[in-house]
Write a protein that binds this ligand. Structure first.
Ligand code: OGA
Ligand code: NI
Length: 345
């Protein structure tokens, strides 16, 4: 693929050629392909996952309906301490060393729905969601709750293949402390059509790796996601991951890198805006709050001792969210009407 750079010269844009895991195929074949992908870059496509195109279209339509609302309506649903709700333009700063502002994207977090009076709601990542009113967005909650359930089924199927690829029992990640009681989050994302400029520190989403076990990413057909297979190569080489209709792009998170003692990679990725509006939906999959993420027996030896100390999932996640999101107090004036946020209304 060729693209024109700012000074008018043509430069080659690299495009990744990722393995494709077919969930309806023979599982041993999938284990081989997935293992290869996880050792290489931790990104792969997943097809025949059981979610119909009609349903995916419905989820994207509902997402578009939300982001099209006036900014003042969206700000009424601003993210809370439990990481539920709306994240405005520039709210998130993923790569402070290379970004001048926050990300040029807006988002909406939907977590596991736990009623406020349930004792489980005391856990940092459990609680009631913030839902747009049914008068404004009829059917919205239904669609998103259905997506939560269906995406978890896909994630569990992928986790079984990962378990086999790590020489673990097939149901290793199905245990109660793992995906039996997971922390899962749907995050709707909208990139408004800004053109990113890496040399000036402007990105749709800054370079980062995801925090958890895996992420399932659904995108529209606009190119934007890039991966960097080796973060230590200077200058860094970025490759586009082109969308494939109907496929999830799946990537491994940092918890799996810790579990596997860096044998499986959680690769740096970012989003560049090219002037076109873009929608994507991330589904972040993490184990239970109490799960201790520690080096797997099959991934350590005398020559290769654990690189990370064990850490509780909830502790690790809380720190990662705190490091990357604006302090909620910056919105105090904006929610009451006086804030300086512009640009997505
Ligand atoms: C993310 C992410 C990529 C995209 O939300 O963590 O990497 O294409 N999103 O929106
Ligand atoms: Ni990501």
């Amino acid at each position: 693929m060729e693209s024109q750079s700012c000074n008018g010269a043509f430069e080659v844009t690299k495009v990744s050629n990722l393995n494709c895991i077919d969930l309806s195929a023979d599982i041993q074949k999938s284990v081989t392909l997935l293992k290869q992908a996880c050792l290489d870059c931790g990104f792969f496509y997943v097809v025949n996952h059981g979610l119909s195109q009609e349903f995916m279209d419905e989820v994207f339509d509902q997402s578009r309906r939300f982001f099209t609302l006036p900014l003042r309506e969206k700000m009424k649903l601003l993210r809370n301490e439990k990481h539920r709700g709306y994240t405005p333009l520039l709210d998130e700063l993923l790569d402070p060393d290379n970004q001048v502002h926050g990300d040029y994207k807006e988002g909406y977090y939907i977590g596991v729905e736990v009623p406020g009076d349930d004792p489980e709601a005391n856990k940092p990542f459990y609680g009631p969601n913030i839902w747009p009113s049914t008068d404004i967005l009829p059917g919205w909650r239904d669609t998103m709750e259905k997506y939560h359930q269906k995406a978890l089924d896909v994630a569990k199927s992928v986790a079984r293949i990962i378990a086999l690829a790590l020489d673990l029992d097939i149901d290793f990640f199905d245990k109660p402390e793992m995906l039996g009681k997971p922390i899962t989050t749907v995050r709707l994302l909208h990139y408004g059509g800004d053109v990113s400029n890496p040399s000036e520190g402007m990105f749709g989403a800054g370079a980062h790796s995801d925090y958890g076990l895996i992420t399932l990413l659904a995108t529209d057909d606009v190119l934007g996601l890039q991966i960097c297979k080796d973060k230590n190569t200077k200058p860094q080489v970025w490759e586009y991951v082109p969308p494939i209709k109907g496929a999830f792009i799946v990537n491994l998170g940092d918890m799996l890198e810790r579990w596997s003692n860096c044998i499986f990679k959680s690769t740096l990725h970012r989003v560049l805006g090219n002037g076109q509006e873009r929608y994507s939906i991330a589904y972040f999959v993490e184990p239970s709050h109490e799960c201790l993420v520690e080096c797997l027996p099959s991934c350590k030896s005398e020559e290769n001792p654990p690189k990370f100390p064990p850490i509780k999932c909830a502790t690790y996640l809380s720190q990662r969210y705190k490091d990357t999101h604006a302090d909620l107090t910056v919105y105090k004036t904006q929610v009451s009407g006086g804030g300086p946020i512009t640009g997505c209304d």
